[in-house]
Design a protein around this ligand. Structure first.
Ligand SMILES: [Mg+2]
Length: 391
């Protein structure tokens, strides 16, 4: 991997960024569609709110500076939104040209103002995400540190659990096989999907998985927002016996009060936050005491910059952290969280990158590669349908 074109820049006596006055010279935005091997269903599909998921839209940002430094970042969207994010990125990305790439907060504010008319959450900030992530990647590469180390890590590895083996389109027998495979591959926990219209079926699957894992192996469930308040408390009480690490998204993602009441009523911890799309939405969740585990998603909330603000607030309030999806970015962020976090293992994005994360002893390990530690694969280039370059 070439960190940057100018090899002089990595020597011990190389000039600092401040001395050279390095500036952003080129920004490339790409839209790719990552196909999934089989259509994927969670409870939202079984309650007929969504169609099975067949692909993930990926929006890459690749940023280069005059001195030859490079940063890559990505955002994503499931089902809809990828084309919209790409189109909005084309509208705002020229604001980066000529900026000092180290002034990430200044650039973030500039991009927010460029798109002020479409707000400070949702697609507006999901457009900034790949750019912001790329700038942090570049900053860490310039410092020749993994991003976790640049941020100030509390640990070199993060305990991680598998989600992809426990979706609802998979028959129970397959889920049980996946559980065994995950454990053999060194995974530290298993999460299965629940929230089906037939709650007895949820309990049947959960009972079988708990029996297969034994009483103490970390196990979580995820209802993907498909229970009303009454069902959530009934199911929560039934599930107390299963020694779960958490119950995820029992209620509508924006029901702060409902989550807070549930978290108070149950011994089992409550986790939520993956659907929220800004710092401000997470702030409401945290200040509303809505959950034990907060689950922000860096591409979804607007990148590393707002994610760090969420981490600060959550740590102050004693929340645990279990970021959603995008382990390639979240490994670094969760390594820098003061309270022992959980990382969600999703192998879906593996084909996009030339490098793979190391899973061992139930944990995902931060590599010694600088930045995020990833380069974009040829396969990702083949899945790319649109590219736009600013110079
Ligand atoms: Mg979830």
């Amino acid at each position: 991997m070439t960190l940057h074109a100018n090899s002089d820049a990595v020597t011990a006596h190389s000039p600092t960024a401040a001395e050279t006055g390095d500036r952003i010279e080129q920004v490339k935005i790409s839209l790719a569609f990552l196909p999934l091997a089989t259509p994927v269903s969670d409870a939202k599909v079984l309650t007929v709110r969504q169609k099975p998921l067949t692909e993930v839209a990926i929006i890459f940002a690749e940023i280069r500076t005059r001195d030859g430094f490079e940063g890559i970042g990505f955002s994503y969207s499931k089902r809809a939104g990828g084309q919209g994010i790409y189109a909005h990125a084309k509208e705002i990305a020229d604001n980066l040209l000529g900026e000092d790439p180290n002034d990430i907060d200044k650039i973030y504010t500039k991009l927010l103002w460029a798109g002020a008319s479409v707000g400070r959450s949702g697609m507006a900030v999901q457009t900034i995400s790949p750019i912001d992530i790329a700038l942090w990647d570049m900053k860490a590469k310039r410092a020749r540190l993994p991003l976790a180390k640049l941020l100030g890590a509390h640990r070199d590895s993060v305990q991680c659990y598998n989600t992809s083996g426990g979706f609802l389109h998979k028959p129970l027998e397959q889920v049980l096989k996946n559980v065994v495979i995950s454990r053999e591959n060194g995974i530290g926990g298993i999460k299965i999907k629940v929230g089906q219209p037939n709650t007895a079926e949820d309990i049947r699957r959960l009972t079988a998985v708990r029996q297969a894992l034994g009483d103490d192996f970390p196990l979580m469930v995820d209802a993907n927002q498909q229970w009303d308040r009454e069902t959530a408390i009934r199911m929560g009480r039934k599930m107390e016996a299963f020694n779960l690490v958490w119950i995820e998204e029992p209620l509508d993602a924006y029901d702060v009060e409902g989550h807070a009441a549930l978290a108070t009523a149950l011994d089992t911890p409550i986790a939520t936050g993956e659907m929220l799309t800004s710092f401000q939405e997470h702030e409401q969740l945290i200040l509303g005491n809505a959950c034990d585990f907060i689950q922000p998603d860096a591409p979804r909330v607007g990148g590393v910059t707002p994610f760090l603000k969420i981490m600060d607030l959550a740590a102050k309030h004693g929340n645990k952290l279990a970021p959603h999806f995008a382990m390639e970015v979240h490994l670094h962020l969760s390594a820098a969280y003061p309270i022992e976090p959980w990382l969600e293992h999703f192998e879906w994005l593996n084909p996009l990158f030339n490098e793979q994360l190391e899973l061992r002893d139930g944990r995902m390990w931060v590599s010694d590669r600088p930045g995020l530690g990833f380069t974009i694969s040829e396969q990702a280039r083949r899945w790319t349908v649109q590219t736009y370059e600013f110079k």
